[in-house]
Design a protein around this ligand. Structure first.
Ligand code: G4P
Length: 310
């Protein structure tokens, strides 16, 4: 999937975050609970270093609660990390963040001063919605689009916690390649950057295996095919997404499946688990090693030919 991200913005975001990190007591990283790995900015773990971190798994109302619990346990294996599933639809859940911040920074001498928290998140994970709920007012967005760079914002949250909203462009994980599909499926990537049918096929392949029951009850398909094209075809027939000659219109059914998943109409669904990610990362690493080795072999053969022709 071709997605354009500009190295200039990556560089600026890295510099902005590194500059303020030394003053930060706790990092609040907003993730999409349906795709906690894919929606993480790849710079954060390095830049954060040993600063305590709360991973807010937002949009938990749209995610599979069992898989969200698995992610919470997985994330909290890391020293200094707490994970909190929240939904903007349940503001009481979000207020739990403040005591959690206080608890996490207990050994950082914050009794006589404000706690400095920094919030980060890729576009569309719900960062602005959460900031508005936490502060009780509407706060302007920091620039998260190419070319927009507004100043950092400091927002008082109460309980002597001051939140810094990070400016700059934070981008999601683009490898392994499955991450791109998941970001597109959940609406984190603009619709112009991908083809709906690619994403719908990816989704159909996954949902057919992991969530056949959700498909059965949403679309009334008796026997849910595991194969992606067959499944899209079945959904298309069930929803009368038909074109000429009564054939399934794949563009129509693709848009329908992606939009219904985004809106939560298939029920709570998670698109990745720690085990899936572990395997995909290992596969991507292996593929990169093979590619590098093939390139080295081609280069060596080219050099040998050049020497022979001298
Ligand atoms: P951002 O600052 O990280 O870019 O995200 P923002 O708060 O603008 O939220 C992006 C979209 O996600 C918004 O929907 C917002 O309502 C939705 N959203 C945020 N938190 C949650 C949540 O916990 N659950 C669900 N289901 N949705 C959430 P939108 O359609 O783009 O805008 P709007 O029409 O809702 O204003």
């Amino acid at each position: 999937m071709a997605i354009n991200w500009f190295p200039g913005h990556m560089h600026k975001a890295r510099k902005d975050i590194a500059r303020i990190m030394s003053e930060v007591d706790v990092v609040i990283e907003v993730l999409d609970a349906r795709i906690p790995y894919s929606s993480e900015n790849p710079l954060v773990p390095n830049l954060r270093g040993t600063t305590p971190c709360i991973k807010l798994l937002n949009k938990a109302d749209l995610a599979d609660p069992e898989i969200t619990s698995v992610w919470v346990r997985h994330m909290e294996k890391e020293q200094g990390v707490k994970a909190l599933p929240v939904s903007a639809r349940q503001p009481a859940q979000i207020r739990q963040l403040l005591p959690m911040c206080r608890e996490l920074v207990a050994d950082r001498n914050t009794e006589a001063r404000n706690i400095q928290a920094m919030i980060m998140g890729i576009p569309n994970v719900g960062k602005s919605t959460l900031i508005n709920l936490l502060s009780g007012r509407k706060i302007a967005k920091t620039g998260d689009e190419a070319g927009v760079t507004k100043a950092q914002q400091r927002i008082r949250l109460g309980e002597r916690i001051v939140l810094t909203d990070t400016p700059g462009f934070l981008w999601p994980k683009l490898t392994p390649p499955e991450c791109g599909y998941r970001l597109a499926a959940t609406g984190a990537i603009k619709d112009t950057a991908f083809a709906y049918d690619d994403v719908a096929l990816f989704l159909a392949g996954y949902l057919g295996k992991r969530y056949p029951e959700a498909l059965r009850s949403r679309y009334g398909i008796e026997s849910v095919p595991e194969e992606d094209v067959a499944l899209l075809e079945a959904v298309g027939r069930a929803r009368a997404c038909l074109g000429r000659g009564g054939h399934v219109d794949f563009d129509k059914v693709s848009a329908l499946l992606v939009n219904e998943l985004r809106a939560g109409l298939l029920g709570p669904i998670s698109l990745e688990t720690p085990d899936m990610i572990e395997k995909e990362v290992a596969d991507a690493q292996r593929a990169a090693e093979i590619k590098a080795q093939q390139k080295a072999e081609r280069d060596a053969a080219r050099r040998a030919r050049a020497r022979k022709n001298r």
